[in-house]
Design a protein around this ligand. Structure first.
Ligand SMILES: Cc1ncc(COP(=O)(O)O)c(C=O)c1O
Length: 382
């Protein structure tokens, strides 16, 4: 195995564990720099232009993280006291310390989600009914609809263009913009066979991470109209995100988003194939079961067809902590995920041969592990 991470493990805890490629390190070393708060960093400017062009939007902004990308997007779209409509399990709702409330001063109306990562559009619990009545002084004013693509808790399902168009159509009919938390947006576009611009077209803003499947060490992008990006740029400064010679980081992003051999977008298909193979191998193992919930609601064996991007989520009929420890002792890292499940995420540096080693390690760990329950101390990964 090429030990890309240099830690001796096949590390499937997340696609955030990736290290920059040799081409990225070279570009970072050689990057032309300037003070980006003055708008002087040519590498950042080039990355922002490239991101905007790839997603077919007017402008883009480089930020420190996916959470910051969502936060500045909300700052740009919303005023204090407004409300966002978003899926109940999404990162904006669950995993950002209620930044929408603490920093933006807004509430979130949470939508019940389906196992394909969508929420209903019609019916009594559908999107159409979730908008507030602006004429009623009791209610907040709906200011944003947000969806997550890929949708993490449904085992990384990609949301289709048709669905994105339908959500945008309803939002726009209410005079409200659509934001896509696309931390893994390129996984979605690759899985769906669409260009990023096609999938982004219905959205008013998209946030995507460079530091996940695209293997950059740090950074996320926000894209949208010039006006929106201007407001997001102000929001970035507000939350302390104005950085100086940050072209050293942007250089890696430019490599990742390039069409050339160092580009990281097209290769995501390899991660989807390794995830599917992992799911197929796990599915026939005694002791591996459906994750339940949004990841795979049908009880019984793990369904490999649920692995449509780079996530595999499953349950072990064993002590989960002991299973993860037994895996670790065999050189494989996975992570405790929500509702008692285990998550494995494939990424740059994980080869088909690694997956066969992972499957052998899983088989060994399952044999060694009992069903007794240990008190869980593992931190859940996002
Ligand atoms: C769907 C989603 N959105 C946003 C984020 C936040 O990204 P970051 O960890 O860079 O803040 C994550 C991180 O895992 C994510 O999965």
């Amino acid at each position: 195995m090429p030990d890309v991470l240099g830690n001796g493990f096949i590390d499937l805890r997340s696609d955030t564990v990736t290290h920059p490629s040799p081409a990225m390190r070279k570009a970072m070393f050689e990057a032309e720099l300037g003070d980006d708060v003055f708008g002087d960093d040519p590498t950042v400017n080039a990355l922002q232009e490239r991101a905007a062009q790839l997603l077919g939007k007017e402008a883009a902004l480089f930020v420190a993280s996916g959470s910051m990308a969502n936060l500045v997007s909300q700052l740009a779209h919303l005023g204090r006291g407004q409300e966002t409509i978003a899926g109940a399990s999404t990162h904006i709702v669950d995993d950002e310390q209620a930044g929408h409330a603490v920093v933006v001063g807004t509430s979130i109306r949470q939508m019940r989600e389906n196992p394909d990562g969508t929420f209903d559009l019609d019916g009594p619990d559908g999107l159409g009914e979730a908008f507030r009545d602006p004429a009623d002084p009791h209610e907040p004013i709906t200011g944003l609809v947000a969806i997550e693509n890929t949708h993490a808790h449904s085992m990384g399902q990609p949301l289709t263009l048709a669905y994105t168009e339908a959500v945008a159509g309803i939002a726009h009919a209410h005079g409200v913009p659509l934001h896509v938390d696309g931390a893994r947006f390129f996984n979605a576009s690759v899985a769906l066979g669409l260009t990023p611009a096609q999938l982004a077209e219905p959205a008013d803003s998209v946030a995507f991470c460079l530091s996940k499947g695209l293997a950059c060490p740090i950074g996320s992008m926000v894209v949208g109209s010039r006006d929106f990006i201007h407001r997001a740029w102000r929001g970035r400064k507000l939350v302390g995100g104005g950085m100086r010679q940050v072209g050293v980081l942007a250089a890696a992003g430019l490599v990742a988003l390039s069409d050339g051999p160092g580009g990281m977008i097209a290769r995501l298909a390899e991660d989807h194939a390794t995830a599917r193979r992992l799911a197929e191998g796990l599915a026939v193992m005694d002791g591996v079961e459906s994750a339940g919930g949004l990841a795979q609601p049908t009880p019984g064996p793990l369904d490999p067809a649920r692995a449509t991007t780079n996530f595999v989520v499953f349950r072990v009929s064993r002590d989960r902590v002991a299973f993860l420890e037994a895996l670790k002792s065999r050189g494989v890292l996975m992570v405790a995920y929500n509702h008692g499940t285990v998550r494995a995420v494939t990424h740059y540096g994980v080869t088909p041969a690694d997956i066969e080693r992972v499957l052998a390690a899983c088989a060994g760990a399952l044999r060694e592990t009992t069903t007794e329950t240990t008190t869980e101390t593992t931190t859940m990964e996002r």
